[in-house]
Design a binder for this molecule. Structure first.
Ligand SMILES: Nc1ncnc2c1ncn2[C@@H]1O[C@H](COP(=O)(O)OP(=O)(O)OP(=O)(O)O)[C@@H](O)[C@H]1O
Ligand SMILES: Cc1cn([C@H]2C[C@H](O)[C@@H](COP(=O)(O)O)O2)c(=O)[nH]c1=O
Length: 228
């Protein structure tokens, strides 16, 4: 079992990928796995996680920043991130709680940078500003064909009884989402020490196991012998 004497510092794990690849589903499952090992973990998301960051989320996802352009949107995402890091991520880690975030800084690089055309100099400067040395310990990049992922998003809307109108980025065309997928692949390949790339085109349960195996491999303190 996870002995107190084996305890290491709390870890910061982020999930990244395109729309509908299963991030939220798997964030919840990872949290349950950690809690079953008596590890206190906080689930959060970006943009969001704090009241001020959630206000920025609503503003952007309702499309109110669209006419400002991708550069201004990158700055807005970074402002939300700065608050999120200072108010939630940093204090949680300091209190010994693991933090699992549904999206983080790689989303700005993929959406606004590599797909939206914002210059790398600005993206990197915003990362330095907003992260304040809180680069994630591990990032799970979920990858799949966006056409299949969008079928899942449509199904989710159907199950929730909603008409799918698409938020600020969901309504971009399929070519845009294919470039976005390439952007995340580029980020994963450029950061092998942090990122683990996993195919999301598999059953929910098998994907959960693949992620858990990768997390255990990254953090050996989680490894439990003779696990069922
Ligand atoms: N492995 C899977 N196989 C089939 N369906 C899945 C799988 N994982 C999640 N789903 C379903 O696909 C939909 C999208 O999943 P989820 O909300 O977890 O994705 P997401 O990446 O967080 O989406 P978004 O980017 O829109 O926030 C949900 O209806 C969910 O139940
Ligand atoms: C953090 C972040 C997010 N986005 C985009 C990605 C999604 O379209 C939305 C968030 O919605 P989700 O249902 O929670 O995935 O925002 C972005 O463009 N840039 C970012 O930095």
């Amino acid at each position: 079992m996870f002995e107190a004497s084996q305890q290491r510092r709390a870890r910061f794990i982020t999930f990244e990928g395109g729309e509908g690849v299963g991030k939220s589903t798997q964030v919840k499952r990872l949290l349950a796995r950690l809690e079953s090992r008596s590890i206190t973990a906080v689930r959060t998301r970006e943009p969001g996680g704090t009241p001020r960051a959630e206000a920025i989320r609503s503003f952007i996802l309702q499309g109110r920043s669209e006419s400002w352009g991708a550069g201004a949107e990158a700055i807005l995402f970074a402002a939300a991130r700065l608050d999120h890091v200072k108010e939630l991520v940093e204090p949680s880690l300091a209190a010994g709680k693991w933090v699992i975030s549904d999206r983080f800084h790689d989303s700005t690089r993929a959406y606004q940078g590599l797909t939206g055309g914002v210059d790398d100099t600005l993206i990197s400067a915003l990362e330095t500003l907003a992260l304040d040395d809180h680069t994630p310990d591990m990032t799970v990049v979920l990858d799949m064909d966006p056409e299949i992922a969008f079928q899942r998003v449509e199904q989710r809307a159907l199950e929730d009884g909603l008409v799918l109108t698409g938020d600020r980025f969901e309504k971009e065309d399929i070519a845009w989402h294919k470039r976005l997928r390439d952007g995340f692949l580029e980020i994963a390949r450029a950061n092998p020490e942090r990122c683990v790339l996993i195919s999301a085109d598999q059953e929910v349960d098998s994907l959960e196991v693949a992620i858990w195996n990768a997390v255990q491999a990254r953090f050996p303190e989680l490894h439990i012998e003779h696990e069922a």
